[in-house]
Design a protein around this ligand. Structure first.
Ligand code: GZL
Length: 325
């Protein structure tokens, strides 16, 4: 039973909290009719699902109207969605391009319609200037570098003279695949101990990660010292195949992954993954703030990279906070 004095104190405390809390709520846009058309590339991973959820949550928090279309991993579906957004005369278009090439025509249509376009998560390759206003997404090259720097430290700690690596890559011709590979290979290339046995494409999918691992084990067996996997989904598909071959992932084979979703962090804590480089899917707040700035005619940064961490068996992994995706 709370005494009266304490009760009053509690009410004041709760009131203060509510008042303070509403300072965190973002400014609702001046024009509540602000409408964003977003083409999401698919639902291939926990990362992607977390990214979609975050964009929906932040749109609601910022009072931005959201037309979100899921392309189910098909570029043609993204192009069709962008055309629908143009026809609907949305205020801003945003999309996560599944691959880097093939966007010039539809982005030219958006430009001619006077609709600004924001790239979310992934980039495009184009010779044309001015097709997009901003890229909001991770520095994938740096993620590859962080993965390789961990491996070099691990090889030092285990006093390895030769390190045989297999790579399971993400979707071919996508920004994360190209840049994670480049960052990793550029960094290990300076270390003579490092040998890349082969790279295979797992398309960021769990099922393909398992398939790739089966093939790699039958080709190279116990010669494999390291698996460098471009995302957690493929890593989580690969681990049971390693165990089925009678090997201990995290012990007999060093496992390096990227994304940092809860499932992978749980397995890191069990010692079956050695390193998870964070790639945050929480891009929704930066997206909404950029949408609002663009429509207010304000300058926006060309590139917005989120801060990202690395989780490894060099740390006390028990303390890693819940990941939210
Ligand atoms: C990275 C994102 C990648 C994730 C995968 O930002 O594009 O796509 O790493 C996802 O999990 O499929």
């Amino acid at each position: 039973m709370i005494k009266n004095g304490k009760y009053l104190l509690l009410v004041l405390f709760v009131l203060a909290g509510l008042l303070a809390g509403c300072g965190d709520k973002p400014e609702k846009p001046k024009d509540p009719r602000l409408l964003l058309g977003f083409s999401q590339l698919g639902s291939e991973s926990a990362w992607r699902i977390g990214n979609t959820r975050d964009i929906e949550t932040q749109a609601d928090l910022y009072g931005v109207g959201l037309m979100l279309e899921n392309a189910n991993q098909k570029q043609e579906n993204q192009i069709a969605a962008i055309r629908r957004f143009i026809a609907y005369k949305v205020d801003v278009i945003a999309f996560s391009p599944i691959v880097e090439e093939g966007w010039d025509n539809v982005l030219l249509e958006a430009k001619n319609a006077g609709i600004p376009v924001i790239l979310v998560d992934r980039d495009i390759k184009t010779e044309r200037e001015g097709l997009t206003a901003c890229l909001i997404g991770s520095d994938f090259y740096k993620e590859g570098v962080m993965a390789a720097e961990y491996l070099i430290r691990k090889a030092d700690a285990l006093d390895l003279e030769e390190v045989n690596i297999v790579e399971i890559t993400g979707t071919e011709n996508s920004t994360p695949m190209r840049q994670r590979q480049a960052g990793f290979m550029d960094t290990i290339g300076k270390d003579e101990r490092m040998k890349v046995l082969t790279s295979v494409n797992g398309d960021f999918l769990k099922s393909r990660g398992a398939e790739c691992m089966r093939q790699l084990l039958s080709s190279f067996g116990r010669k494999i010292d390291v698996v460098f996997s471009h995302n957690d989904e493929m890593t989580l598909g690969a681990l049971p195949e390693i165990e089925r071959a009678g090997l201990k992932p995290g012990r007999d084979i060093i496992i390096i992954s990227i994304d940092g979703g809860q499932d992978a962090i749980d397995v890191l804590k069990q010692g079956k993954i050695n390193c998870v480089v964070e790639c945050t899917p929480k891009l929704g707040r930066a997206l909404m703030e950029t949408v609002i700035k663009l429509k207010a005619g304000e300058e926006v940064a060309e590139v917005i990279h989120p801060e990202e961490a690395i989780f490894t068996d060099e740390q006390n992994t028990a303390g890693i906070a819940p990941r939210g995706y």
